[in-house]
Design a protein around this ligand. Structure first.
Ligand code: ZN
Length: 189
């Protein structure tokens, strides 16, 4: 089932997700619905807050993007990131390892709004998968950027909070318009 994607201005986007303590059938259904929603919206990633659930759950799939490469290492060996997509992240912990790089980002909760964000180029990730099994890997490129973007969502942080100031100034009118539209919609129920 595809779920409604919450837009900027919806309070749940600012809430920190609760840690998942147990893999339940409801959680598995949420993951399946989030994957379907991400695919249908043609997104690279989706966090639980974006579908109105306050939990440390995110999904990622970088396969549709061909012009921005990703790299991935599992147990110290280079692997093909495509073989690990889609990725399900539950209670992920991110450790930055690389130098910071500037790159463009968008977000399904901010339609048509884009801007550059500076983030570490490479990260170590420790997460649970949807079976509740720990999975550790390192990654770079678009995958590292996408995971950091989603991990931020799980803590109530949005990409506009980290956007370079010149870009943020440029999108300010669009941002205000989107927020007003969302608030109006919420008021009307
Ligand atoms: Zn996002």
């Amino acid at each position: 089932m595809t779920l409604e994607i919450k837009k900027y201005g919806t309070p749940v986007l600012r809430q920190k997700g609760a840690r998942v303590e147990k893999i339940t059938p409801e959680l598995k259904q949420l993951v399946a619905d989030m994957l379907e929603t991400m695919r249908s919206a043609k997104g690279v990633g989706l966090a639980a807050q974006q579908v109105g659930v306050v939990a440390q759950v995110a999904v990622i799939d970088v396969r549709a993007v061909t012009d921005r490469p990703s790299s991935m290492e599992v147990e110290g060996k280079k692997v093909n990131p495509e073989d690990y997509m889609p990725l399900v992240l539950i209670n992920p912990e991110i450790t930055p390892t690389g130098e910071k790089v500037q790159g463009p980002e968008g977000c399904l909760s901010f339609p048509e709004i884009f801007g550059d964000v500076i983030r570490p180029a490479t990260i170590d990730v420790r997460t649970l998968n949807q079976e509740g099994i720990e999975f550790r890997f390192s990654c770079g490129g678009l995958l590292a950027r996408a995971i950091q973007h989603e991990a931020d969502h799980l803590n109530g942080i949005l990409f506009i909070d980290r956007m370079v100031l010149t870009d943020k100034e440029e999108i300010k009118p669009q941002l205000d318009e989107l927020q007003a539209k969302t608030k109006k919609k919420l008021k009307m129920g």
